[in-house]
Design a protein around this ligand. Structure first.
Ligand SMILES: [Zn+2]
Length: 68
């Protein structure tokens, strides 16, 4: 129930009140460059990194590098 409610609310840029779009963004992490899908404001190009990405995906990236 809670998840359905969250999906109904689109991500909005705090500065321009624009709806964020999913874009491939190049990020630098631990000295490497990666392309990840991030929510980006089409107006000011502000990139928003969700909590899920910061605590989940990025950690996986870090692990992958350490394994190598
Ligand atoms: Zn914006």
């Amino acid at each position: 129930m809670k998840e359905e409610k969250e999906q109904d609310v689109p991500w909005i840029c705090d500065q321009c009140k624009e709806k964020l779009v999913l874009r491939k963004v190049k990020v630098s992490y631990l000295g490497g460059n990666f392309e990840v899908d991030l929510m980006k404001c089409p107006k000011c190009s502000n990139v928003f990194i969700g909590e899920e990405l910061a605590t989940g995906k990025m950690l996986e990236v870090e692990k992958g590098l350490e394994d190598k």
